[in-house]
Design a protein around this ligand. Structure first.
Ligand SMILES: [Zn+2]
Length: 274
């Protein structure tokens, strides 16, 4: 399975988009006819107030002078890519949505695999976007603690890795940073119970892994590129993800890979014992 953009990649995109979009208005828009992308058109006539992020969701705050305000919510899925271009090539086979801005340039959304999603909702009303509605705390905010993570993980008997990917104990962690964090915290990805002290270590490891991703502009494996087309550099700083068959940096044991709940998972059989 291809890696999908996770918190560091989406945050890198957000930081590039915000200064180019805030204060502009959307004069025209178009989309692929699929219901996944057609809501793009609901943003026509709105001004863009800001671009923020929750987990892996980009949230473009809109204003058309009426209450309630709206938000354009974009999930990049597995292969989604946002760019700002001088114009739009409406015949491009992977173009899923576009928004023309005052001034003439265009925000485009290309998505090869079509796992991306676009919604326009009243601000903060995410009932129709199940994962966003039930999203766990932002890992880089103070509200994310080891105790909170322990309580959230204890509410389910699923494998710890699967729980992290569900976005419910914590927002924004996908396959790459889950493998990295579990390796850093020395927790086996298949365990179904994590003690309080280990949850505290895991919370810290999640912050460490995501901060490394952010510092290096995200991880580029196949599809991810920032708005300006540049690649991330974090792939050169991974300890575990994608390194099956290589020696563990901590103990020298060969890292292994197996499928856990349909997701490829790499771990060290020595320092992440069950
Ligand atoms: Zn090891």
């Amino acid at each position: 399975m291809r890696p999908v953009p996770e918190l560091p990649e989406v945050e890198t995109i957000r930081a590039q988009l915000e200064p180019r979009l805030a204060g502009r208005s959307i004069t025209e828009a178009g989309s692929h006819p699929s219901a996944k992308f057609a809501p793009a058109m609901d943003a026509i006539g709105h001004d863009i107030s800001s671009v923020s992020r929750r987990g892996k969701y980009l949230i473009v705050a809109l204003d058309d002078g009426r209450d309630p305000r709206c938000e354009l919510v974009i999930h990049l899925g597995m292969t989604g890519r946002l760019s700002i271009a001088a114009d739009v090539d409406a015949r491009h086979p992977h173009l899923r949505a576009w928004w023309r801005l005052d001034g003439g340039d265009v925000l485009t959304f290309h998505d090869i695999r079509r796992f991306g999603r676009i919604h326009v909702v009243d601000a903060g009303r995410y009932e129709t976007i199940a994962t966003l509605h039930r999203l766990g705390p932002e890992p880089l905010n103070d509200g994310f603690t080891g105790d909170g993570l322990w309580r959230a993980l204890s509410a389910s008997r699923r494998c710890v890795k699967t729980q992290l990917l569900s976005q419910r104990p914590v927002a924004g962690v996908g396959n790459i940073y889950a493998d990295e964090a579990l390796w850093l915290a020395q927790i086996n990805p298949a365990v179904r119970y994590v003690s309080k002290p280990r949850a505290a270590r895991l919370a810290e490891a999640i912050r460490t892994a995501l901060t490394s991703g952010l510092r290096h502009g995200g991880t580029t494996l196949r599809d991810y590129a920032a708005v300006d087309g540049s690649s991330g550099r974090n792939q050169h700083h991974l300890h575990c993800y994608g390194r099956a068959g290589e020696p563990c940096e901590r103990c020298g044991t060969e890292l292994r890979r197996r499928i856990i709940d349909a997701r490829g998972t790499t771990w060290c059989p020595t320092c992440q014992r069950r």
